[in-house]
Ligand binder design. Structure first.
Ligand SMILES: Nc1ncnc2c1ncn2[C@@H]1O[C@H](COP(=O)(O)OP(=O)(O)OP(=O)(O)O)[C@@H](O)[C@H]1O
Length: 967
C-alpha cells in the first residue's frame, strides 16, 4: 500500500501501489524512465525498460560491489544485479536440490534488451562466484569464467543479425546453465539453442542483413584467404549482396575490429585451427551455393558457369557432378531400381537453398555442441552436491501482419512460459497466504492450460495435426487447416475465420493472433532432399561430413572419383551414399521441426520446474530504438505480452492489498480509534478498524491485513470525512495561531512605544533639571564676593592653541574609552582630571571669537549679558568626556539651550539630539552665528568652576544624563 505522500515514479516496487493496474503501471514506469531509472520491481519481477543509451555508472564495478550479498533487496534501488545477487545467494544458502537451482527467465520483444540483460546477469553471477573463489580451486576456474564471457561475441557472430527491430538481434533462443560445485565455483556452462532462423541465410527482408558472421568473414579475409576460398567481392555473392550498407561496412573497414574480436574469442574458447578452417570453408561453400543458378521450363538445368559450381564444391569438399545431380533431380530407389525425376527449376532452387540453410543450421548447432564440449562441466550429469543457475534468453510473443509457422512455435513457447510464470506468481500468492495464516482456498485464477492443450494434445492438438500432415506425403497446408477446423473449432482459444483462406486465429494470453497456414507443411518438414544429404555425406571437409554423418571411407572413394572427374562413378557413389542416408533416416525416428521444438520445450520446462525462478521483463519503449522516447501504446502492449498485466489480474483475484498492521493503522486508525493517537499495531487493532468501518471479506494475517481490490475504495469512502474535518481543523488552528502571534506583536509594539515615551520624558526631565542646576549655579556665583574670580593673565596664543589641541585629543581618547563603559567613579575621576588640567575655576569672557582662545567666568558672562539688548546670546562651550557641550543663553531671558556636542569617529562634530553634523568646531560656531549669534557678540566660555562639590555634581549630572540617553 502506498503511504500518503506517494509521488509518481518514486515507488521502487509497484505492488506497493494502492492501485496497481494498466494505467498506474504505465505511468510509474514512464515517470521513472524519464529520470533514466530503467529498473522497477513489480513484486518479485524486475521490469527493465531499454534506455537505448549507456547510463553512466549503472554497471560499474562499484555497482557490482553494492549489489553483492545484499540480504535485503529493498535496501538499494531496483537493479538487474540485485536479481542476479538474489539468485546467487539463494543458491549458495540452499542445500542442493531443486530449490537450490535457480533460473532467470528474460523475456521481451525483439530489441527490448533481453540479450544485454542476459549478459549483465551472467557477468554479475560470475563476479559473485569469483568473489567467493579465494582458494586455489577458485583461481583455477578463472580461465573458464573468462571463456564463458568470451562466448558472447562468438555466438552473436553466428546467431545474430541486423533486423529492422534490432541492430544486433539474436535469431535464436538460448538457455545457458552455469554449473556450480559444492564450493560454489563455476564448473562449466551448458547451452541449448532454440529455433535458429535459418531462412535468413538465403533470404533477408528489406533493410535487414544476413547473419553477422558472413560480413565479418569478408572483413577479415586476407588476399590468400580470398584465393583459398575462391571468393569474389562481397557484392557478387547473392546471399549477402542485398544490403548496400552492410557491403559498405565491409569495404570501409568498419567491421575489421569486430572480426579481430571474433577471432580472439574463437581462440580463447578453444577451437582448433583445423576446425576453424573447415568452418570458414563451409561458410564460403554456402556463399557459393547461393550463386548457383538454374534455368529451364520443365526440367531444371544449370545455367551458372562451371566454375561457380566448382567454387562451391571445392569449399564443401564434394564432387561437382554429384552436387549438380543432387540439386537438379531426385532419384527414387525402390527394390534396387532407381527412378530419376528431373526437378523443375524452382524445385532445384529450393533444393539449393535448403542445402544452404541446412549447412548453416547444422554448423550452428555444431558450434553450440563444441562450446558445450569446451566449456561444459566434466560430466553431463550433475553430482549430488552440484547446483546450477540457468539463464533463458528467449524470443518474446510475436504478432505481425503475417504470422507463419515460426510465430506459432514462438507463441507456443511464450504461452508455456506464461503458464510457468502464472503458476509461480499464483503459488507465491498462496505461499504468502499460508505464511500469514490466511485462507487462500477460495482464490482461483484463470490459467492458460486449455490453450496449451489446444497445441499439445495428441492426436488432435495443433502440433500433432500439423505433424500428421507433414509426414503424410500428400499432406498440404490446406488439408491441414481443414483438419484444424474440424478438430478444434469450438474449443476455447481457437477461432475459424470466415471464408476458405488457409488461416486460423488463436486467442493467446497476450491477444488474438491470426496465422497464415501457407508454408506450414514445408517449414515443419524442413527436409533436405536425400540426394543432397547423400552428396554432403561424401564431403572431404571433415566438418561437412560430420554434420551429415557421412563416413570417411565413402568420402575417400568419392574423392577418387572426383579426381577422375568421372560422372558415372560420381553417380554411383552418390547413390550408394543416398542409400546409406535413407537407411539412417529410416532408423532414426521420423521427426518434424514442430515435434523437435515441442520436445525441447518440454525438456526446458522440466529444467525450469526443477529450479527457483526469477523473472526479468524487458520493455522496448519506442520503435525508433532511440533514447528518451516512451510510447505509451507500445509499452502497454508489451506489458500485456510479457504477462505483467496478468500479474496485476492475479493480484486482483486474490487479496490485492496487503499493508502491514503498522501501515494500515497509520492510515485508517481514525476509523476505529477516533480518540487514540497510537493504537498498538496488532491484528486486534486492525480488526477493530475494519469492523467499525463495516467492511467485510477481508482477512487479517500474522503481520499484514489482506484486502480485496475494492476494499480500499470502501475504506477511502468511509475515511473521506476525516481528511475534510482535518482540513477544517488545520484551518482553524492556523487562524488561532496567527491571531495569537499578531496579539503578541501588537503588545510588543505598545511596550516599545511606552519605553520611547519614557525615554523622552526622562530626557525632558533631565533638561529641566540641568536648567535648574545651571540657574542655581549662576545664583551661587552671583552670591560670591567680587574678588572671588581672579582674572588670569592671558596666556600666549600658541599656548592656548596647544592646550586646546591636547585637550581635544584627550577628550577624543577618553570618549573612545567611554564607549567601553565607565563606572561612575571613573567618570568623576576623569572629569576632574580634565577640569584641573584646563585650570579649573579660571574663566574668561569676551567676544564670541574670544571664547575659543580664552575663558570667561560665568559671572562675567552674566555681566556681559546684562548690558546687552534682549535677544543677545551667551554661548557657552565646554568640553566634557562626551565631547563638547555648548549652550547659549539669551540676554535678559530665562531660556538656556543646551547642546551635547559629540565627535564622530571620522572627526566631525555632531549636536546630539538633532543629529546635525559639523566638520569642525569652527563650523559649529558658524552654525550659531547663522542662527542667533553674530561675530563680536559677547560670549563666555565657562569652564566648570574649580570647586570640588560643584565639579562632582556636574560630573554626576552629565554621567546620569549620558546613561539615561543610552537607555
Ligand atoms: N541495459 C541497456 N543499456 C543500454 N542499452 C541497452 C540496454 N539493453 C539493451 N540496450 C540496447 O538495445 C539494443 C537491443 O538489445 P538486445 O539485443 O539485448 O535486445 P533483445 O531483446 O535481445 O532483442 P532480440 O530479441 O532481437 O535479440 C542493444 O544492442 C543495445 O543497444
Amino acid at each position: 500500500m502506498a503511504l500518503p505522500g506517494h509521488k509518481l515514479g518514486q515507488t521502487e516496487n509497484l505492488t506497493e501501489l494502492e492501485n496497481l493496474n494498466e494505467e498506474t503501471l504505465l505511468a510509474e514506469l514512464k515517470a521513472r524512465y524519464d529520470r533514466d531509472v530503467i529498473y522497477t520491481y513489480v513484486g518479485e519481477i524486475l521490469v527493465a525498460v531499454n534506455p537505448f543509451k549507456m547510463i553512466e555508472g549503472i554497471y560499474d564495478v562499484s555497482k557490482s560491489v553494492v549489489y553483492a550479498n545484499m540480504g535485503d533487496r529493498s535496501a538499494e534501488p531496483p537493479h538487474l544485479f540485485a536479481v542476479a545477487d538474489g539468485a546467487f545467494q539463494a543458491m549458495v544458502n540452499t542445500a542442493p536440490g531443486p530449490t537450490a537451482n535457480q533460473v532467470c527467465v528474460i523475456s521481451g520483444e525483439s530489441g527490448a534488451g533481453k540479450t544485454e540483460s542476459a549478459k549483465l546477469f551472467m557477468k554479475h553471477i560470475i563476479y559473485l562466484s569469483t568473489k567467493t573463489s579465494s582458494n586455489a580451486e577458485g583461481n583455477a576456474a578463472h580461465g573458464l569464467e573468462e571463456k564463458i564471457i568470451q562466448l558472447n561475441p562468438l555466438l552473436e557472430a553466428f546467431g545474430n543479425a541486423q533486423t529492422l527491430m534490432n541492430d544486433n538481434s539474436s535469431r535464436f533462443g538460448k538457455f545457458v546453465q552455469l554449473r556450480f560445485n559444492a564450493s560454489h565455483h563455476i564448473e562449466g556452462a551448458l547451452m541449448s539453442d532454440y529455433l535458429l532462423e535459418k531462412s535468413r541465410v538465403v533470404n533477408q527482408g528489406d533493410g535487414e542483413r544476413n547473419f553477422h558472421v558472413f560480413y565479418l568473414f569478408f572483413a577479415g579475409l586476407t588476399d590468400a584467404d580470398r584465393e583459398r576460398y575462391s571468393l569474389s567481392d562481397p557484392e557478387e555473392h547473392r546471399y549477402i549482396n542485398g544490403n548496400d550498407v552492410a557491403l559498405g561496412d565491409i569495404s570501409s573497414g568498419k567491421l575489421g575490429p569486430m572480426y579481430k574480436e571474433l577471432a580472439e574469442c574463437i581462440r580463447i574458447v578453444g577451437f582448433t585451427d583445423q576446425q576453424m578452417n573447415n568452418l570458414w570453408a563451409l561458410l564460403a561453400g554456402i556463399l557459393h551455393t547461393g550463386d548457383i543458378e538454374f534455368g529451364g521450363d520443365e526440367e531444371a538445368y544449370l545455367v551458372s558457369a562451371d566454375d561457380v559450381v566448382a567454387k562451391c564444391t571445392t569449399n564443401l569438399g564434394i564432387v561437382q557432378d554429384v552436387l549438380v545431380e543432387a540439386l537438379t533431380s531426385s532419384i527414387n530407389i525402390t527394390r534396387g531400381e532407381s527412378i530419376v525425376r528431373k526437378y523443375k527449376p524452382y524445385e532445384a532452387e529450393d533444393a539449393r537453398d535448403a542445402m544452404a540453410k541446412s549447412l548453416y543450421g547444422k554448423a550452428f548447432r555444431w558450434i553450440v555442441n563444441q562450446v558445450n564440449k569446451l566449456l561444459g562441466p566434466k560430466t553431463k550429469r550433475m553430482n549430488p552436491t552440484d547446483k546450477n543457475i540457468g539463464i533463458l534468453d528467449i524470443f518474446g510473443f510475436e504478432c505481425f501482419d503475417v504470422n507463419s509457422f515460426e510465430q506459432l512455435l514462438i507463441n507456443l513457447a511464450n504461452e508455456r512460459l506464461q503458464q510457468f510464470f502464472n503458476d509461480h506468481i499464483f503459488k507465491m500468492e498462496l505461499d504468502e497466504y499460508a505464511k500469514e495464516g490466511v485462507d487462500g482456498s477460495k482464490i482461483t485464477y484463470e490459467d492458460n492450460t486449455a490453450l496449451l492443450d489446444l497445441f499439445m494434445t495428441r492426436p488432435t492438438g495443433l502440433l500433432a495435426l500439423c505433424d500428421e500432415e507433414a509426414l503424410f506425403p500428400k499432406g498440404s497446408d490446406k488439408s491441414m487447416v481443414e483438419k484444424f477446423h474440424s478438430n478444434l473449432h469450438g474449443k476455447k482459444g481457437y477461432e475459424k475465420p470466415r471464408g476458405n483462406d488457409p488461416k486460423f486465429t488463436i486467442h493467446h494470453y497476450a491477444g488474438p493472433v491470426e496465422y497464415q497456414a501457407e508454408g506450414f507443411i514445408d517449414k515443419n518438414r524442413d527436409t533436405l532432399p536425400i540426394d543432397v544429404v547423400g552428396a554432403l555425406r561424401l564431403s572431404d571437409n571433415d566438418l561437412v561430413r560430420e554434420l551429415f554423418e557421412g563416413d570417411t571411407e565413402d568420402a575417400a572413394a568419392a574423392k577418387k572419383g572426383k579426381g577422375k572427374r568421372d560422372a558415372a562413378n560420381a553417380k554411383k557413389n552418390l547413390r550408394k551414399s543416398m542409400k546409406k542416408a535413407a537407411k539412417a533416416q529410416a532408423k532414426a525416428k521420423k521427426t518434424t521441426v514442430g515435434a523437435d521444438f515441442k520436445d525441447s520445450l518440454i525438456k526446458l520446462m522440466a529444467e525450469m520446474s526443477n529450479a527457483s525462478p526469477h523473472f526479468i521483463r524487458c520493455i522496448k519503449p519506442n520503435h525508433q530504438k532511440a533514447p528518451g522516447m516512451f510510447e505509451d501504446e507500445m509499452v502497454t502492449k508489451q506489458l500485456r505480452y510479457t504477462g505483467m498485466l496478468e500479474t496485476t489480474r492475479i493480484r486482483k483475484e486474490g487479496y490485492a492489498f496487503r499493508p502491514t498492521f503498522g501501515d494500515f493503522l497509520h492510515r485508517y486508525k481514525m476509523l476505529g480509534f477516533p480518540f487514540s493517537a497510537n493504537p498498538p499495531a496488532t491484528a486486534a487493532s486492525c480488526t477493530q478498524v475494519l469492523d467499525k468501518a463495516g467492511i467485510t471479506g477481508w482477512q487479517v494475517g500474522k503481520t499484514k491485513v489482506f484486502l480485496r481490490y475494492f476494499h480500499i475504495d470502501e475504506l477511502n469512502e468511509k475515511f473521506l470525512p476525516f481528511p475534510l474535518a482535518a482540513q477544517k481543523l488545520t484551518k482553524v488552528a492556523r487562524g488561532f495561531n496567527a491571531r495569537a502571534e499578531v496579539r503578541k506583536l501588537k503588545a510588543a509594539a505598545a511596550e516599545e512605544a511606552k519605553r520611547v515615551n519614557r525615554l523622552f520624558t526622562t530626557a525632558e526631565q533631565l533638561i529641566n533639571d540641568t536648567h535648574s542646576v545651571l540657574l542655581a549655579l549662576c545664583d551661587e556665583d552671583n552670591a560670591r564676593p567680587a574678588d572671588f574670580f581672579v582674572k588670569p593673565a592671558p596666556k600666549p596664543k600658541e599656548y592656548q592653541d596647544k592646550a586646546m589641541q591636547k585637550l581635544a585629543k584627550k577628550a577624543q581618547s577618553k570618549k573612545a574609552q567611554s564607549k567601553k563603559g565607565f563606572s561612575r567613579a571613573q567618570s568623576i575621576k576623569w572629569f576632574r582630571e580634565v577640569e584641573m588640567k584646563k585650570g579649573a575655576g579660571v574663566s574668561s569672557a569676551g567676544t564670541f571669537e574670544e571664547w575659543f582662545h580664552g575663558v570667561i567666568t560665568r559671572k562675567q558672562s552674566e555681566e556681559l549679558l546684562q548690558d546687552k539688548q534682549p535677544g543677545t546670546f551667551l554661548v557657552r562651550v565646554s568640553e566634557s568626556r562626551f565631547g563638547y557641550s555648548l549652550s547659549h543663553k539669551v540676554a535678559n531671558g530665562q531660556r538656556i539651550k543646551h547642546y551635547m556636542i559629540d565627535q564622530t569617529p571620522d572627526g566631525q562634530y555632531q549636536v546630539v539630539g538633532n543629529r546635525k553634523l559639523f566638520g569642525s568646531l569652527n563650523e559649529l560656531v558658524q552654525y550659531h552665528h547663522t542662527h542667533k549669534i553674530v561675530s563680536g557678540d559677547p560670549v563666555c566660555l565657562v569652564h566648570p568652576c574649580g570647586q570640588e562639590g560643584d565639579v562632582d555634581d556636574r560630573a554626576e549630572l552629565v554621567d546620569k544624563k549620558h546613561r539615561n540617553m543610552l537607555g
